[in-house]
Design a protein around this ligand. Structure first.
Ligand code: B1M
Length: 217
């Protein structure tokens, strides 16, 4: 069931205020009332964290306030993870996806959402976390026999690392047998094409569609 706008606004507001307790309560309410968890994250909590980022950029929020907002967002997403993973295709195996946020970049909220949605849709997901060294993507892809390499980047200064990992995959002779998916706010379809990635997704739901398309191709 989709949440009503007022509920979504409360979710956004709790994150914006960095109110971890309220964010957690609203996440629990989402579970208890069996609301659509993807809708609540994308149209509720994520609206709050993006607004916090906008205020920070405008000089109206300081870094600690942004960090409190991020903590509230993470608490909500952690609580919602089992609900996000409850889809009809959970448990099947479409392939193995290695996912991480690129070296030098500690933003992990969006990456974790993408990983959760991929797992929910039937991929075995190996989440390497954030600030993942370029060569670790290659090592883990080899070790896990992954057929999908997923890289998230939230900074214009770190997105170039996605290109470096693709170069390393090529150097290791692995590029032909894996599909590479990139995402994160500063990236785009044009960027994916420019660096030789196979696909780009704007959000976690698109990431699943794009992963399915790439694996089937
Ligand atoms: Co930072 N930060 N931050 N930050 N932060 C941004 C990214 C920024 C745009 C804020 C701003 O200026 N408005 C800006 C980047 C500017 C730029 O490079 N163009 C910025 C900056 C500058 C920084 C620091 C450098 C600040 C500083 O220290 N001076 C620093 C970076 C440190 C580092 O990484 N080395 C920093 C730190 C932080 C916090 C620690 C406070 C916190 C992160 C907490 C955490 O993740 N654990 C934080 C936050 C929260 C943000 C914003 C506000 C929100 C990011 C987020 O979680 N969004 C962000 C502003 C913004 O994005 N509007 C900002 C919610 C999340 C659900 O969305 O991550 O976009 P998102 O993920 C989406 C899609 O992008 C997509 O699907 C997800 C779900 O829909 N997606 C993929 C993501 N990865 C994907 C991968 C895929 C496919 C789709 O396939 C593989």
């Amino acid at each position: 069931m989709n949440a009503v706008p007022d509920f979504l606004e409360q979710c956004a507001d709790a994150v914006l205020k960095g109110d971890r307790e309220t964010a957690s309560r609203l996440a629990q309410e989402t579970v208890d009332r069996q609301l659509d968890a993807v809708d609540v994250v994308e149209n509720g909590f994520a609206v709050g964290i993006r607004e916090a980022g906008r205020l920070w950029e405008a000089g109206e929020y300081f870094l600690p306030e942004l960090a409190f907002s991020a903590e509230a967002m993470k608490a909500a997403v952690d609580l919602l993870r089992p609900a996000l993973a409850k889809t009809p295709s959970a448990g099947t195996s479409k392939g193995v996806a290695v996912i991480g946020t690129i070296q030098g970049d500690i933003h992990d909220i969006g990456k974790t959402l993408v990983g959760t949605m991929l797992a929910a849709s039937g991929y075995r997901v190996v989440d390497l976390g954030a600030d993942v060294a370029y060569d670790r993507f290659v090592e883990e892809t080899r070790k896990e026999g992954a057929n999908l390499v997923c890289m998230s980047a939230l900074l214009t200064t770190t997105m170039v690392g996605q290109k470096e990992v693709i170069r390393l995959l090529r150097e290791a002779g692995m590029r032909e047998r894996v599909r590479v998916l990139v995402g994160g706010a500063p990236t785009s379809g044009n960027w994916a094409a420019e660096i030789g990635a196979d696909g780009y997704a704007e959000n976690a739901v698109d990431a699943v569609h794009e992963a399915d398309r790439l694996i089937a191709s």
